[in-house]
Design a protein. Structure first.
Length: 95
């Protein structure tokens, strides 16, 4: 399995490790991993999603707080996680 390129995205809610594949102008598709996983989980098929879309998708797979290459933080509730994913999406689309 080839891992996706990794970069750090800084948001108002903290810094997150993010893996991406696809054109920068592609329609963003954010894949959110479950517990005891990370965005790396999607490396095996993220490029296939971009290819199947004809290059119209940009797949974004962040590591949630405390998983993968993102540092742990104070949040653990579902609503807080949703706000974090939203902030990553907003930061990725504005960079």
């Amino acid at each position: 399995m080839r891992d996706l390129p990794l970069r750090r995205v800084v948001t108002p809610r903290g810094a997150f490790a993010v893996r991406e594949v696809g054109p920068a102008e592609g329609r963003p598709l954010i894949l959110v991993h479950g517990n005891v996983s990370s965005g790396r989980f999607f490396s095996a098929f993220a490029a296939s999603l971009v290819e199947a879309s004809g290059g119209r998708l940009r797949v974004i797979a962040p590591d949630l707080r405390g998983y993968g290459d993102t540092e742990a933080g104070p949040t653990s509730r579902t609503a807080a996680r949703a706000r974090e994913v939203f902030s990553v999406g907003a930061a990725v689309n504005t960079l």
